[in-house]
Design a binder for this molecule. Structure first.
Ligand code: ATP
Length: 465
């Protein structure tokens, strides 16, 4: 079982402190969301898992953290100034503004029961291109219309990797194939943001650019498509809620030879099965497009420099074949926010207790759970029990995220921890003062076991691994 719809996760998030609407006290900001005490932990754990899997557990990947604001020329030569558009339509009747290829995701402003264009009153304009990059100005004397001061917030983290290709190559002394991984914020002035954190104007990406010889690109692309499906399932996401989508020639971005998207079932409530899915990640073969366009080398037949502004040639000298080439790039790109939403939806479970009451359990993988253990005193008016519980919490916290809670009866405290995905609750009772042992309760089975305090940390660490 997983969440019946995104709204279930929206209300759980708000109720328990995963995600809040941004600028809420001023009426909100449409599509911005803030991550609360539990949301930030879950997002950090997802990022840690991605980083460990790529940078620490493999031998061929380096990390990077490049700037959000780069020289405007990066976006000129990457092609984003020219081509990073979405098709925009206006409705003359309801005055709504929509993205033509995502009409299914939004409602007509006059007739919320239908999508724009579906009511006979709807009158959509011809589509026109809308550039998605956020513009800003740099420097104290800059004005809105001074082209020299124009800068963009990055719409993808990838370009920061390409323009640092030579820096990473030279300092790490890597040989093909190798990858560079980066996690960071990206910004897109989306025409129709929505569906909670699925599509926002500010979001976080985890992108890895894997550089290889052109003739190996097809095979390596497939390896990353397979590899990422495994990693996503390791996060606890069921294969039943995942599927692949091969982009058509018309859908491919200007730099891509082949892109395969991994889709997640974000909209299980939709009757039409086809419409239940949307993109969790994209895995693209970007060819040698990016390294070439950022290179200073003469490229056209007449020897004219295609890029007169770059000071670097981003080609690679292969010592084995004695040839100079522009590596191909395979790019698995995944959003932190869309991953977090999929992880929460897939972990969501409703269970009935002995009293016939419905309880929510977030069956998060222990690795991802925001809190690993909650220490709860059974009698909060008994100082010895409270002291013992607080001491246990403090002894655990250097090795795992632990909390102490005495703000309710034990049933309520258990329910609260189940709902936020805490794998274990440790209860300190009167008996503990005598036998130096505590009760450990498992989130998924609700089974309880008596464990000596002296072995508690080891027991929990083993169970969490
Ligand atoms: P879409 O087709 O949904 O607009 P995209 O194909 O443009 O997405 P990419 O450019 O491939 O997205 O970006 C890589 C990943 O970044 C996406 O798979 C998604 O997880 C995440 N992402 C992209 N745009 C957004 C957004 N507006 N809000 C949240 N996450 C996003």
């Amino acid at each position: 079982m997983s969440a019946p719809n995104i709204e279930t996760i929206v209300s759980l998030s708000k109720r328990r402190g995963f995600v809040f609407p941004a600028s809420d006290i001023y009426g909100g900001l449409g599509s911005s969301w803030d991550y609360g005490p539990l949301g930030v932990e879950l997002a950090n754990n997802i990022k840690k898992s991605w980083w460990n899997w790529l940078v620490y557990e493999r031998d061929d990947i380096e990390g990077l953290d490049s700037s959000i604001i780069q020289n405007r020329l990066v976006w000129k030569y990457s092609g984003h100034e020219q081509t990073f558009h979405d098709p925009l339509v206006d409705c003359r009747t309801c005055k709504g503004r929509f993205r033509l290829d995502k009409l299914q995701d939004v409602q007509c402003l006059n007739h919320p029961e239908v999508h724009p264009g579906e009511d006979k009153e709807c009158s959509l304009t011809e589509a026109r291109d809308f550039n998605l990059m956020f513009r800003t100005t740099m420097g104290a004397v800059s004005t809105e219309d001074d082209p020299a001061a124009l800068a963009y917030l990055r719409p993808e983290t990838a370009q920061g990797i390409f323009i640092n290709f030579a820096n990473v190559l030279n300092t790490s002394r890597r040989k093909l194939p190798f990858g560079v991984a980066q996690i960071g914020k990206a910004f897109r002035n989306e025409v129709t943001p929505g569906n909670f954190i699925f599509r926002t104007r500010e979001f976080e990406q985890m992108e890895m650019e894997y550089f290889c010889r052109p003739e190996d690109a097809g095979r390596i692309h497939q390896e990353w498509i397979d590899g990422f499906q495994e990693w996503i399932q390791e996060l606890g996401i069921s294969s039943e809620n995942l599927k692949l989508y091969e982009q058509t020639k018309e859908e491919l971005a200007h730099y891509s030879e082949r892109t395969v998207d991994v889709l997640y079932r974000y909209f299980p409530e939709r009757e039409d099965e086809e419409k239940q899915w949307d993109e969790l990640m994209g895995i693209a073969n970007r060819t040698d497009y990016d390294l070439r366009v950022h290179s200073k080398k003469p490229e056209d037949a007449g020897g004219k420099r295609i890029n007169p502004d770059s000071t670097e040639d981003l080609s690679y000298f292969d010592p084995q074949t004695n040839e100079r080439l522009y590596p191909y790039v395979i790019e698995p790109a995944i959003g932190v926010n869309r991953t977090l939403l999929a992880v929460m939806m897939d972990a969501y479970l409703e269970k009935t207790n002995d009293k016939g009451e419905t309880r929510v359990i977030l069956k998060l993988k222990p690795e991802l759970a925001p809190i690993k253990v909650a220490v709860l005193p059974l009698a909060k008016n008994k100082p010895e029990i409270v002291d013992m519980a607080k001491t246990i919490k403090r002894s655990l916290q250097p090795s795992m995220r632990a909390v102490y809670d005495d703000t309710g009866g034990i049933g309520k405290l258990y329910a609260r921890q189940d709902e936020i995905g805490t794998p274990f609750c440790v209860t300190v009772d009167h008996e503990s003062l005598v036998d130096n042992a505590v009760t450990v309760r498992d989130r998924d089975t609700w089974e309880q076991e008596r464990i000596g305090i002296d072995v508690l940390k080891d027991y929990l660490q083993k169970s969490l691994a």
